[in-house]
Design a protein around this ligand. Sequence first.
Ligand SMILES: Nc1ncnc2c1ncn2[C@@H]1O[C@H](COP(=O)(O)OP(=O)(O)OP(=O)(O)O)[C@@H](O)[C@H]1O
Length: 299
Amino acid sequence: MEKIISICNLTKDYGEGRGVFDFSFDVKRGEVVGLVGTNGSGKTTTIRNMMGFIKPRNGKITINGYDSWKDAFEIKKSVGYIPGQIDFPDVGTGTNFLKIQADFWGIKDLTYMNELIDIFKLDTDAGLKRMSKGMKQKTAIVAAFMSEPDILILDEPSTGLDPMMRDKLIELILRQKKKGKTVFLSSHIFKELEDTCDRVVFIHNGKMINTVGRSQYDANMDKQYKIGFAEKKEYQQFLQGGYKILTKNDDYKHLTIAVNDKEMNGLFRSLKPHNIRYINYQPYTLEWYYTNIVEKQEV
Ligand SMILES: Nc1ncnc2c1ncn2[C@@H]1O[C@H](COP(=O)(O)OP(=O)(O)OP(=O)(O)O)[C@@H](O)[C@H]1O
């Protein structure tokens, strides 16, 4: 598949270890890719470089063949963007702002814009200055999606949305994915990334530390099971059974093992003679990968 976004050795150094350092990744046409990291890890800096708002110290970003810095206007003309910090121009109401946006995109037929306004139950007559955080976010969502652009770059797009509106946003992203659009989004919410992304890039202290694909967190054949034993002797016997032990607790007689789906019958056979208190399935979630990978970083 064709690369539509390419970030190559991006460095934006704000000093004292702040910024983004030698960051590289690609997004293929039609992919939905997420960016996750702690506060201050460099997500907004990466996205603002992608949109051509700031000039990288080193490296190159191309989006749909345009250079993010040199062709910043073309980028803004062709990408649907939700900023991390929404700061509307002084144009009165939401309606005025959305009309200006429609003109910018060259949209004559406002049917789809009005459909989005309905989906998000947005009162566009409200003054932009008086809008709540959630209303501002919904206005920015409508503005970014109304032209159905081929590429969407969304910086924490669900900020300030209530759970129902967050679900609407996820539906909207998935609808765009079905239409073959490319979406790049940052988020702190693992569930949102799991629900939408084909791949998620982990950023930590301005550096890319890993990429986790859907197959790893959605349908991983390796599973974890937490097993509690009634008797210490049995717990100790099982420990010697050759299973891959991830965690163990001698006092509470429980352990966590990693088992492949193909080894399940064998596992049940080895458990049969024991007095088991409980067995819990613990899926490999995106959060699990994140915690395990990021917390081990000493960068
Ligand atoms: N204009 C700037 N001048 C100096 N430092 C900056 C500037 N912009 C960002 N930084 C610093 O760069 C680092 C990365 O900031 P960035 O906003 O990209 O993080 P983030 O991952 O988006 O964080 P959050 O999740 O809190 O939104 C932070 O330490 C931030 O303080």
